[in-house]
Design a protein around this ligand. Structure first.
Ligand code: BEZ
Length: 235
């Protein structure tokens, strides 16, 4: 019997290409999204409660993501008519946590052959043979995978965290910094290690502006929330 090969795109690699049918027409991925950040995410199945809560949340936050130059693309191994019927039900019937009349405007890929789900490592047979796990791929404007998250079927994702990831990655690129644990815009950022940003001695003596060093390998500096958001958010 032929053994099935499950691959998985890795951080720093080009996002695998595919063409697909979606609720918003055909897409060519990631080519159609060059110049934008894009989140490709999978959900296990249409007409299921956790997925419904996730779609309502993501759809409600779509404008916020778009203002950060980030588009959303969903996927499950259901067919197009199931997707359309589910999204219509969400809009017409579901009221949840203050969200109602929610219209999902971003494309939802049909993947009944599981071709895309297999290419993106969304099928995890230990969890389910018939449903994709909750995967999230954050892809940059050059089509490079920058973050990968995997959640099991029972666990709804934290969409504030996904938004934080998009902003933090863009801040790291724009300002040549790294972001510490739980970073949010306005918090101090990490200055890259010596070589790219002056000598360790300069860094220790604080000769480079507002830098604060705890040891030679751990220096932070201020980065205003307004400076970060002005660069990233386009309303
Ligand atoms: C859900 O979205 O509720 C769900 C989907 C698949 C398995 C378990 C839960």
């Amino acid at each position: 019997m032929e053994e099935k090969v499950y691959s998985m795109p890795r951080i720093g690699e080009a996002a695998p290409e595919f063409k697909a049918v979606t609720t918003q027409g055909e897409i060519n991925f990631p080519g159609d999204y060059k110049g934008s950040w894009v989140i490709l995410f999978s959900h296990p199945a249409d007409f299921t409660p956790v997925c419904t809560s996730e779609f309502m949340t993501f759809a409600t936050m779509e404008k916020q993501f778009n203002e950060a130059n980030c588009k959303l693309v969903g996927l499950s191994v259901d067919g197009l008519y199931s997707h359309i019927a589910w999204l219509r039900t969400i809009k017409e019937k579901i009221e949840y946590k203050g969200m109602k009349n929610v219209e999902v405007m971003f494309p939802l890929i049909e993947d009944i052959t599981m071709e895309v789900a297999t290419k993106y490592g969304m099928m995890m047979p230990g969890e389910s043979n018939t449903k994709a796990v909750r995967a999230v791929f954050v892809i940059d404007p050059k089509g490079i995978v920058r973050t990968v998250l995997y959640y099991p079927l029972s666990l709804g994702r934290n969409f504030d965290e996904i938004y934080r990831i998009v902003i933090a990655l863009q801040a790291a690129d724009e300002f040549n910094i790294a972001t510490p644990a739980d970073w949010r815009p306005g918090d101090e950022v990490i200055v890259p290690t010596a070589g790219s940003c002056g000598t360790a001695k300069n860094r220790m003596e604080g000769k480079e502006g507002e830098m604060k060093c705890y040891d030679w390998f751990f220096c932070t500096k201020k980065l205003d929330k307004e400076t970060v958001l002005k660069k990233i958010i386009k309303k």
